[in-house]
Design a protein around this ligand. Sequence first.
Ligand SMILES: C[S@@+](CC[C@H](N)C(=O)[O-])C[C@H]1O[C@@H](n2cnc3c(N)ncnc32)[C@H](O)[C@@H]1O
Length: 487
Amino acid sequence: MDISLFADLIKNSSGLTVSESKFGHLTSAVKARMDHHGLTSHNQYLMTLRNDREEAKHLIDLVTINESYFFREVAHFNVAVNRVFPGLRSGATAGRIQLLSAGCAGGEEPYSLLIALVERYGYAVLERVTVTGIDIDRRTIQKAREGAYTRHSFRGVEEALRDKYFVRESENRFSVVVDLRNQVEFVEVNLLELPECYTNARFDLIFYRNVSIYFDPDVQRMVFRKLAEGLRDGGHLFMSSAETMLHDLGYLELAKIDDVFCFRKTVTPAPSRRGPRYATPERQPVRRRSQAATQPPSLSGDHNNAAVVACRLAGDDLESGERAYGDAVEKVKRREYEAALTSLESLPQTHPFAARARCLAAGIAINRGRLDDGRAICEAVIADDPWVLESHLLLALVSRLEGDVVEAVKKFRSAVYIDQACWIAHYYLGEMYEEQGDVTAARREYAIVVKLLEKDNGDNRNYAVLFALSFPLQEVMQMCRRRIAAM
Ligand SMILES: C[S@@+](CC[C@H](N)C(=O)[O-])C[C@H]1O[C@@H](n2cnc3c(N)ncnc32)[C@H](O)[C@@H]1O
């Protein structure tokens, strides 16, 4: 059995990455579910999973990691309750203050928040707050609703505090008091498919901790952006300290309160500390062509433009420009974005690599979550020269990140129109067709990727860098082969 097929399926539906070290556990989970259904063929079970969302949920339930305990990273609760909450109470927020624990596991996190609030403000505070806990795992949601825990969940909590808010049912079972239990609504929700009621700027405080670590960067960005949309102006979002810096993407302002880093949604957009430094339309006014640049570009487009301007540069400038671009690419690979932008500054604007450099800056903006900045740069590049492949790719990526599949497909097709050998466009097309259930088209695209990468592993145009993909191309090939085999 190729267990990675099951891992891929779980990743596509829940965002969870099952690493190879966990393949043993996944194999046992698959076996347990197959036994449950009396199945002996892995392929048959794979087919079942593809066609039956409920069964996929059962398998996902078995692989989620629900480890949690009360007052985990206690400083977050102190800051949220003592420093953030008073601001919410006296602020413009009308009605109840809305708190969300995203990836709440067995409820330890939302109950800790409530206990901390009651400790500080008394039971009257319950009249003023609504607490929601969401998690993909149904078993854990059920456990949270029951609100019963063993001693293990209270490590790090003083007994006196535990006994104040929990009723001892037996030697090793403690149930949360009814007043608190009734205060939290627990809902089974997949963060990858957040319903609108979670993204409509309703929450004052979101705890989203120790969940994103199981997601890959694309999913991390997507989920974080959605949760950021769910915050009200002035609202705060807490992640574990290991996760916070990875999410300083520009969607929310990073705040430091009493040595704790968290995110804040600013009422007015923060000044452009994160504004694009390089090749923004403002800094580099575009030379619009008289005819509008549309996609795909017209075949009569002047795509030798770069070569023409190159003649005006002295040889030294050409070389140092190429070096600057190469430097920037290396820095992007190491995710040293500020340093990469600085390298790009030294590249003359008439250099043949200038458009690609602007696209690299756009890629950096997009990877930091500043989709509008990235889009603006790409559109300006296309207005100058409709043949710059990278700008079409990045515009397609922005549409994909925004969930606009139709537009994303259209733009990736434009990229393929410009360069049929652009494997990354074929790869994303494959993914999107697969998501739409168009197996034939998906298989065709994946097969093209395999063929292209077998021929040329050079990736000399650094598409992967633009897209912040860090895995080797060999792995992309394997992934495509696996997907084709599983269809
Ligand atoms: C390690 S626990 C974290 C619990 C708690 N937030 C904490 O910090 O102690 C991670 C939780 O995220 C949930 N989770 C993972 N992927 C999810 C998804 N796509 N949607 C919703 N919840 C998810 C898991 O089921 C698990 O309960």
